[in-house]
Design a protein around this ligand. Structure first.
Ligand SMILES: [Zn+2]
Length: 356
């Protein structure tokens, strides 16, 4: 589907100016819209009902699908016998969304995830501590978005150590052995934000111990809602990481289970950066009009990686602010933004069950 498959992967993840990147991505998204109109009857029906044109001249002209539609409609652009795996993103008691992947889409999403993460952590596979239970990843049945997220990232590390036991308690012997073994070496630590806080940072603080690590690269994702209830700020979180997990570099990332692979990672200034394969705009919460830099609204995410299902343009239930294009102090090009939390009065999903 891509006009030049090689060029798709060759360019650096954050190297294009917003103008150049947008021109390229818009073309990819228009190709995807045409593809899904042809192969997904429900998508075609939605486009017709909304009266959207064949080709969008701007991001905001592409039909935005509400993320909850994936819970209520079967949205697939492939035949049943082409389904390679189905990701589920479960809510708290609500319906689950089902994302169907064919082999090609799954491969593209993994490849993009690796490209994005390597631009932050280098190409070497580092020893990896996962703040997860071993059974989450071992259990491939009912592949959850959370399991898929952890598994997708686990490929980036080596000598995996699971920090939790099956009752979600810290596995101290495993954690201590890992920290001792990789004492002065760079290591990777991954966890969902709330689990990293509740299941590792808090227990470490309670015991008054700091792991003897000196170069930890920490990646965490997930809603801040539960941490906000505990009055934990980003600054508190990062500070606690540095205190207990070595001179840590902490990165948050944001992404939808419905767009696995195209994730937005925060830089040293705390800004989430759009990679080559994805972008965002902010829309007004009521009118859905596109918003300007600095204004708060609903986050709409675009991904060039949604081939087997029409998930290339999704309005989330998250609020955010578009902070700027090309001029973050970290030097990365393209758009950067901030996530503020979840819109009230929308379905609330369980924190650890989501990959966003
Ligand atoms: Zn930055």
């Amino acid at each position: 589907m891509n006009d030049d498959p090689q060029a798709f992967w060759d360019e650096s993840v954050y190297g294009l100016s917003q103008v150049d990147k947008q021109a390229w991505l818009l073309n990819q998204l228009n190709l995807l819209s045409a593809h899904h109109r042809c192969h997904c009857h429900a998508y075609q029906t939605l486009c017709s009902a909304a009266g959207v044109g064949e080709t969008a001249a701007r991001y905001d002209e592409i039909l935005p699908l509400a993320v909850r539609l994936f819970k209520h409609l079967k949205l697939a652009s492939i035949e049943d016998d082409e389904v390679f795996k189905t990701l589920t993103s479960s809510g708290t008691g609500g319906a689950k969304s089902h994302i169907v992947l064919d082999r090609n889409t799954a491969a593209m999403q993994s490849k993009a995830l690796v490209k994005i993460m390597q631009s932050w952590m280098g190409r070497a596979r580092l020893p990896m501590l996962l703040v997860e239970q071993p059974s989450l990843v071992a259990n491939r049945q009912g592949f959850s978005a959370r399991g898929a997220g952890a598994l997708g990232l686990s490929f980036l590390g080596r000598d995996h150590c699971y920090a939790l036991d099956d009752s979600m308690q810290p596995n101290w012997p495993a954690i201590e052995a890992f920290a001792e073994r990789y004492r002065d070496q760079p290591v990777l630590i991954f966890g969902f934000t709330f689990m990293l806080w509740q299941c590792l940072l808090e227990p470490l603080a309670e015991r008054g111990i700091s792991l003897p690590l000196s170069h930890a690269l920490i990646f965490h994702s997930g809603g801040w809602k539960k941490l906000t209830h505990l009055a934990v700020s980003h600054a508190d979180f990062n500070q606690r990481c540095r205190e207990h997990l070595g001179s840590a570099q902490v990165h948050n990332f944001y992404g939808m289970a419905e767009q696995t692979g195209s994730i937005f990672v925060s830089c040293e200034h705390g800004h989430l950066h759009a990679p080559r394969y994805a972008d965002v705009i902010i829309r007004h919460r009521q009118t859905m009009q596109p918003m300007a830099i600095g204004e708060m609204g609903l986050i709409q995410v675009f991904s060039a990686l949604a081939h087997s299902y029409p998930g290339h343009s999704i309005v989330t239930e998250d609020l955010g602010i578009w902070l700027g294009d090309d001029d973050c102090l970290c030097g990365r090009k393209g758009r950067y933004f901030q996530v503020l939390g979840r819109e009230q009065n929308t379905e609330v999903r369980g924190c650890s069950d989501t990959f966003n």
